[in-house]
Design a binder for this molecule. Structure first.
Ligand code: CP3
Length: 357
């Protein structure tokens, strides 16, 4: 049994497809009333720790929309949760760390991660999902990337300017590299265990790496990404490397060893692909707020992304960042329909865009 012949898996391997595959980051969760109903009297982590329910939440968006991939319902913070970090995921704020890591003592207090023990519920969820989805719909596993995890650990919460994070890089580089080393080991162990449990593809969410100058990315982040991609490559699951605001980093990100790069909407897809080069796949890159537009506007913007992909093998349609919680479901459905009707891998799309603008 294998998902190798699905559109999503073929596109990640840059093989021709009958239609452009489509899925959305954050497709499971608050955007869906059926999720909110389950979430009403439980926390996010309650759901994650209950494999049957977690599998159900993962499948909800696939029942509603005609999507080409499922993404495991979890959070990027799972490796830290598994390592015993005292954190909460707070409504409207995201992850909050009670004791941020700011010193060598804090770093030494981080527990090692043995995912099969502390995160067993994740792998049980994956096994349930694989038996439900069979070879029809591929399942994406994921983790936060070391920089993005480090930024939460050091700041203690979401950040605008990443002052504590950058201050550690610039004033205590040994501590920074020690922390990144530990996070890299955790991420590798967590991704390996997800693959062993059955996920078909992996995504590394490096959501906040775009706050770095290219020089800092090279010095402080690149070696760890390379280690991760080298460690997971032999697992045979294609890997997507995603970040927001990365237009000025794509020329570096393309060389880390990922199979596909996820790009946001701030750079046109064809420009991003020209930088990344034809030997990598690309995922993206509709602005998530486009889904709040009129049906005509959504159609035009979806067609524009597809036209920029131009029917070249290796495009996975997605948003440039996750679905926003208040996104109208009609907008989501409209976008999927537009990919389906226009997305015969770019055929006729240029004409369609010309006709509509
Ligand atoms: O559908 C899916 O994509 C799978 C589930 C998923 C969640 N988080 C569940 C979740 C995924 C892929 C994530 C990734 C994630 N989490 C990222 C990377 C993607 C991105 O947006 O950049 C980041 C940075 C986080 C950290 C995090 N967790 C944030 C910023 C928030 C939102 C806080 C808020 O309330 O605005 C969370 C909480 C979270 N993770 C929710 C969900 C469904 C919402 C709260 C809830 O439903 O309990």
């Amino acid at each position: 049994m294998s998902t190798d012949s699905t559109r999503f898996m073929r596109a990640l391997r840059r093989l021709p497809v009958d239609q452009t595959p489509v899925w959305f980051m954050r497709q499971a969760g608050r955007v869906l009333p059926e999720y909110r109903a389950i979430r009403q009297d439980r926390t996010l982590l309650d759901i994650c720790r209950w494999p049957d329910l977690c599998a159900e939440v993962t499948l909800q968006p696939l029942r509603r929309f005609n999507l080409d991939a499922a993404i495991l319902f979890a959070d990027i913070m799972h490796p830290l949760i598994g390592a015993g970090v005292d954190l909460d995921i707070v409504d409207g704020a995201g992850p909050i760390i009670r004791t941020p890591v700011r010193s060598h003592q804090d770093l030494a207090a981080l527990q090692p991660l043995v995912p099969e023990e502390s995160l067993a519920f994740v792998f049980e969820t994956i096994r349930i999902l694989k038996s439900d989805l069979g070879d029809r719909v591929p399942l994406i596993g994921f983790s936060g990337a070391p920089f993005t995890l480090a930024s939460y650990l050091i700041e203690g919460k979401a950040s605008r300017d990443f002052v504590h994070t950058k201050a550690m890089m610039y004033s205590a580089p040994d501590l920074w590299h020690g922390l990144m080393q530990r996070l890299t080991e955790m991420v590798i162990a967590y991704l390996r265990a997800q693959r062993a449990a059955g996920v078909d593809a992996l995504q590394l969410f490096d959501s906040w790496v775009g706050c770095l100058a290219p020089r800092d990315y090279q010095r402080f982040v690149r070696p760890y990404l390379r280690r991760i991609f080298a460690a997971v490559a032999p697992l045979g699951a294609p890997v997507i490397h995603f970040g927001v605001n990365t237009a000025t980093l794509l020329h570096l990100m393309k060389d880390e060893g990922a199979d596909a790069i996820g790009v946001d909407w701030r750079i046109p897809l064809d420009d991003a692909w020209a930088i990344i080069g034809d030997d990598l796949a690309i995922q993206g890159n509709l602005d998530p707020t486009v889904l709040f537009g009129t049906p005509e506007f959504i159609a035009r913007e979806v067609a524009d992304v597809l036209a920029r992909a131009g029917g070249r093998p290796g495009h996975v349609f997605n948003l440039g960042h996750g679905l926003l919680p208040t996104t109208p479901l009609d907008g989501v459905e409209r976008a999927v329909d537009c990919v389906r009707t226009n997305g015969l891998a770019g055929r006729g799309v240029l004409e369609l865009v010309a006709a509509r603008t």
